[in-house]
Write a protein that binds this ligand. Structure first.
Ligand code: ADP
Ligand code: ZN
Ligand code: ZN
Length: 732
C-alpha cells in the first residue's frame, strides 16, 4: 500500500510513502496528519490519498512512521478545495495545506484543546481601588482600571490593549487580588442587546433574494453605497442560516476586524462569534480553528487566511469590502481570498455574497457576464443622506502648507457648527523629500530606489520600503550647507499646521506612526467616533469602513500623484479610495460635504466620478480594459525574480522565457520582458519581471504548467528569489 503526503517545501506535488505490511490500514484516512521521514529528519505532513500507483519502484519508498490523528482534519470536499487552490496558483500543495493549519497543529500538537487561562478580580481585589496603586505607574493603573469591569480577561484580550501585562497579572494573582481560571478555550464577552431597527425595503429585498437560493451555490454582488447598511444585510442572512443549524464564514479586510465588529455580530446574532485576528496567540488560533471545525461555533469572522478553516456544516460565505487589496496575499502563496472564497462556496454548494460600495471591476464584469447576481442598496440607512462632492481647482491658488483657502474656510464653518472634519492625506511622515537648499542633494535610501521620508518626531530619515532609518543630517553631506528644505507634505506636517490654525480644537492623527502601540488604533478610532476629537487627519487607515457619525466635512488634500501612474489598475484603486474616503462624510443625520483639492480638475477620472458616481466610472473603465484586452477581459501571470547581482535575475527570467517559447500552446499566449520592476532596486536586490498574457485562461495556465518543472531545475534557481503571481493585482 502506498500513501501520498503533502509536505511543506518546494515540491509541487505530494510525496509517496510506503506503509509497513502489518499497519492498521483503517487509520489511513485522507486528511489526517502523519509523521514521515524526510532527508534525515522526521516531518509532519497531511495524508492526501491512499493506494495510489507510485511513479517509482515501491520497494524503494520510505515508510510512514506514525499517524497523528484518529479523525481527518479536513473533509474530502475541503481537501479537494486545497488541491484546487494549489493547482490554480501553481503553489506546492504542502505549502497550501500548511496555510490551512494553525501553527500548533503544523508542529504536531494534539488536536484536542487544552483550557485557556483568564483572570478576574477576586473578592479581595474588588476592595482595591486605584488610590492603592502607585501614582507614577500609568501602565499598572490602566491595567487595573480595565480589570475593574468585573469580567474575566483572557490573554488575547489583554494582548490587544496592553504590553508587558504578564508580570503584573502574576503579581496580583500571588497577592490574591486576582483569580486565575482555566476555562474552555475561548472566553466570551457578555452579549449586548440586539439592535432594534428594522431592515429597509432595499436591505430586505437583498436578504430575501439570497435566502431564496440558500440551498445551492449562487454568487451575489451586494453593491451598496457607503453607509447603506451592508453589514445588517449580512447579519440578517447569517441569522437565517444559523437558524438551520448551519455555519457562516465572513471575510473582512485587515483593518476591518476590530473588537467592535465582532461585538456587533454577537449582539445582533445573540451568539458567540469567533474572530480570527492578529491579536490571538497560537493556542487561541488553534482553539478558534477547532471550534469552527467541530461546529461548536457557528460564525467565523476573519481576514484572508480564515478562508482555509475547515467547517462542520458551512451554509454561507460572505466577503465584505471585496475590492480591498488586503484580500490578495502579496508574498509566499499569492492567492486572492476573494476568488478562492467564491471557488470554495461553489465546491461546498453554498451561496457567497461579495459586498462593497466600490466593487472591483472583476466583480462588476462577472455581473455583466451573468455569473454573479447584482443586489443594490442605493440609499443610506436610517435618516442619513449621501454627501455632496466638489472638486476644488487649486491651480494658481495660494496654498498654505498644502491647504487652499476655500478648504480652510469650509473647515472653519463646519467646526463652528460643532461638527467634525476629516482630512485625508495618504503620506505619513513630515515630508517625503529632504533636500539641500544650496546644492540640491536629496536623502535617498542606500538599498532602494527611493527617497527617505523625514520624520520630525524622531528627527529621522526613514525608508518606507525597507525599514532603513538614520538620524537626519545637520549638515549636507555633499556641500556642508546647513540649509535644508522639506519638499512635499506628510500627515505629521499637516497635523502641525492644522493644530496651529485651530489651536482650541483637538486634532487627532491616525496613521501607521501614531498607532504602533498595541490597542492604540482602537483607542484612536474610538476617540474619533465618540466626537472627542474635532479634526481627524489620516492616511487610508482612516479611509475605510469606519463610521464616524459627527464627521460632516471630508477634505482630500493631495491625490494628484496617483492620477498619473504606470499601473493600469491605478485608476480603479484611486476611484475606490476617493469614494471610500468621501463616504466618511455625513453618515448620521447631518448632511456631509466632500472637497477634493486638485491641479487637474479636467482629469476624466475625477470628472466622471464626481459628476456621475462610481458605477459610471466603472463602466468607462471596463470599456477601456476591453479595448486593451486587459483583465478582466484577458488573463495575466507575472513571474518575478530578484537578486543582489542583477544579471542573475535577468538571466533566470530570460531562460524561463526561452523554455516558454519552445513549448506549444493551443491558443495565442504572449510573454513580455524581462523588464525591471517599477522600483528596480529594493532592500539591495535588483528586481525584474516577466509578464505572461492571454485571452484564454486555460491555455495560459497550461503553458505555465508545461514549463514549471523546468523552472525548478534551472541552475540559477538557487541564486535568485522568484515567485509566480497568478492574476497579479499589482505589477510591482
Ligand atoms: P456600510 O454599508 O457602509 O457598511 P453599515 O453597515 O456600517 O454601512 O451601516 C451604517 C449605519 O447604519 C450603522 O450605524 C448601522 O447600524 C445603521 N443601519 C443599518 N441598517 C439600518 C436600518 N435599517 N435602519 C437604521 N439604521 C441602520
Ligand atoms: Zn548641499
Ligand atoms: Zn529602503
Amino acid at each position: 500500500m502506498i500513501i501520498q503526503v503533502a509536505l511543506p517545501g518546494p515540491f509541487l506535488t505530494a510525496l509517496d510513502y510506503g506503509v509497513e505490511p502489518n499497519f492498521q490500514t483503517e487509520k489511513l484516512q485522507p486528511g489526517v496528519r502523519v509523521c514521515v521521514p524526510f532527508r534525515r529528519q522526521t516531518k509532519i505532513g497531511l495524508l492526501l490519498a491512499v493506494d495510489v500507483k507510485p511513479d517509482c519502484d515501491p520497494d524503494k519508498l520510505k515508510l510512514l512512521i506514525e499517524v497523528l490523528d484518529d479523525q481527518p482534519l479536513f473533509s474530502e470536499r475541503e481537501l479537494a478545495f486545497l488541491n484546487w487552490a494549489a493547482h490554480y496558483y501553481h503553489e506546492p500543495i504542502g505549502e497550501v495545506v500548511m496555510a490551512a493549519l494553525p501553527k500548533r497543529l503544523r508542529a504536531g500538537e494534539p488536536l484536542a484543546l487544552p483550557g485557556l487561562l483568564s483572570w478576574q478580580r477576586s473578592a479581595m481585589g474588588r476592595e482595591i481601588s486605584l488610590d492603592q496603586l502607585p501614582k507614577n505607574a500609568p501602565k499598572q493603573r490602566a491595567l487595573w482600571q480595565a480589570l475593574s469591569n468585573n469580567q474575566a480577561w483572557s490573554s488575547s484580550q489583554l494582548n490587544q490593549q496592553f504590553d508587558a501585562w504578564r508580570p503584573l497579572i502574576k503579581r496580583w494573582v500571588s497577592q490574591g487580588w486576582l483569580e486565575e481560571r482555566e476555562g474552555s478555550c475561548l472566553s466570551h464577552n457578555e452579549l449586548a442587546d440586539k439592535p432594534g431597527h428594522q431592515l429597509n425595503a432595499e436591505q430586505q429585498a437583498a436578504v430575501d433574494q439570497v435566502l431564496a437560493q440558500q440551498a445551492q451555490f449562487a454568487a451575489f454582488l451586494l453593491q451598496g453605497v457607503t453607509g447603506s447598511g451592508k453589514t445588517e444585510v449580512y447579519l440578517a442572512m447569517i441569522e437565517a442560516v444559523l437558524a438551520q443549524g448551519k455555519q457562516a464564514l465572513v471575510l473582512v479586510p485587515e483593518i476591518g476586524l476590530t473588537p467592535q465588529t465582532a461585538q456587533r455580530f454577537e449582539s445582533y446574532l445573540q451568539k458567540p462569534v469567533v474572530a480570527l485576528h492578529s491579536g490571538l496567540n497560537d493556542q487561541e488560533r488553534h482553539c478558534a480553528w477547532q471550534l469552527v471545525r467541530s461546529g461548536e461555533i457557528q460564525v467565523l469572522l476573519g481576514t484572508r487566511s480564515a478562508l482555509f478553516t475547515p467547517f462542520a456544516n458551512l451554509g454561507l460565505c460572505v466577503i465584505d469590502e471585496e475590492h480591498d487589496l488586503s484580500f490578495k496575499q502579496q508574498d509566499g502563496f499569492r492567492y486572492s481570498a476573494r476568488d478562492l472564497l467564491v471557488r470554495r462556496a461553489q465546491m461546498s454548494n453554498v451561496p457567497v455574497v461579495l459586498g462593497s460600495a466600490t466593487p472591483s471591476l472583476e466583480s462588476l464584469y462577472n455581473v455583466e457576464q451573468g455569473r454573479y447576481q447584482h443586489l443594490t442598496l442605493t440609499q443610506r440607512a436610517g435618516s442619513a443622506q449621501m454627501p455632496s462632492i466638489r472638486l476644488l481647482d487649486i491651480r494658481g491658488e495660494r496654498l498654505n502648507e498644502g491647504v487652499s483657502t476655500p478648504l480652510k474656510t469650509a473647515m472653519e464653518k463646519h467646526l463652528a457648527a460643532g461638527n467634525q472634519v476629516l482630512l485625508f492625506l495618504n503620506r505619513r511622515g513630515y515630508a517625503p523629500v529632504l533636500m539641500c537648499h544650496d546644492c540640491g542633494w536629496q536623502a535617498d535610501c542606500p538599498s532602494c530606489d527611493a527617497n527617505l521620508t523625514y520624520h520630525q518626531a524622531w528627527h529621522e530619515l526613514r525608508c518606507h520600503h525597507c525599514g532603513f532609518s538614520q538620524k537626519a543630517p545637520l549638515v549636507c553631506p555633499k556641500c556642508q550647507s546647513k540649509e535644508f528644505v522639506n519638499v512635499g507634505q506628510g500627515t505629521e506636517r499637516l497635523e502641525q499646521v492644522i493644530q496651529s490654525w485651530f489651536a482650541d480644537k483637538q486634532v487627532l492623527r491616525i496613521d501607521r506612526d501614531t498607532t504602533r502601540r498595541k490597542g492604540s488604533l482602537a483607542d484612536k478610532v474610538e476617540q474619533a467616533r465618540s466626537g472627542e476629537a474635532d479634526i481627524l487627519i489620516g492616511t487610508q487607515m482612516l479611509a475605510k469602513g469606519h463610521h464616524f457619525p459627527k464627521v460632516t466635512l471630508v477634505g482630500l488634500i493631495d491625490l494628484d500623484q496617483g492620477l498619473f501612474s504606470v499601473d493600469y489598475r491605478a485608476a480603479e484603486r484611486m476611484a475606490q479610495l476617493i469614494v471610500q474616503v468621501a463616504g466618511r462624510a455625513g453618515r448620521a443625520d447631518r448632511k456631509g460635504e466632500v472637497l477634493i483639492q486638485t491641479h487637474h480638475p479636467e482629469h476624466p477620472l475625477l470628472r466622471s466620478l464626481v459628476a456621475e458616481g462610481y458605477s459610471a466610472f466603472a463602466k468607462d473603465a471596463l470599456a477601456e480594459r476591453e479595448a486593451a484586452q486587459l483583465p478582466p477581459y484577458g488573463f495575466q501571470i507575472l513571474v518575478r525574480a530578484e537578486s543582489f547581482d542583477p544579471q542573475h535575475a535577468l538571466d533566470f527570467l530570460a531562460q524561463i522565457k526561452q523554455v516558454l517559447l519552445e513549448v506549444r500552446v493551443e491558443a495565442p499566449c504572449e510573454v513580455w520582458g524581462p523588464v525591471s520592476a517599477p522600483m528596480e532596486r529594493r532592500q539591495g536586490r535588483y528586481r525584474y519581471q516577466l509578464l505572461l498574457q492571454s485571452q484564454h485562461r486555460r491555455s495560459l495556465q497550461a503553458w505555465l504548467s508545461q514549463v514549471e518543472a523546468d523552472i525548478y531545475r534551472l541552475p540559477l534557481v538557487s541564486k535568485v528569489r522568484w515567485s509566480l503571481d497568478i492574476d497579479p493585482q499589482e505589477l510591482r
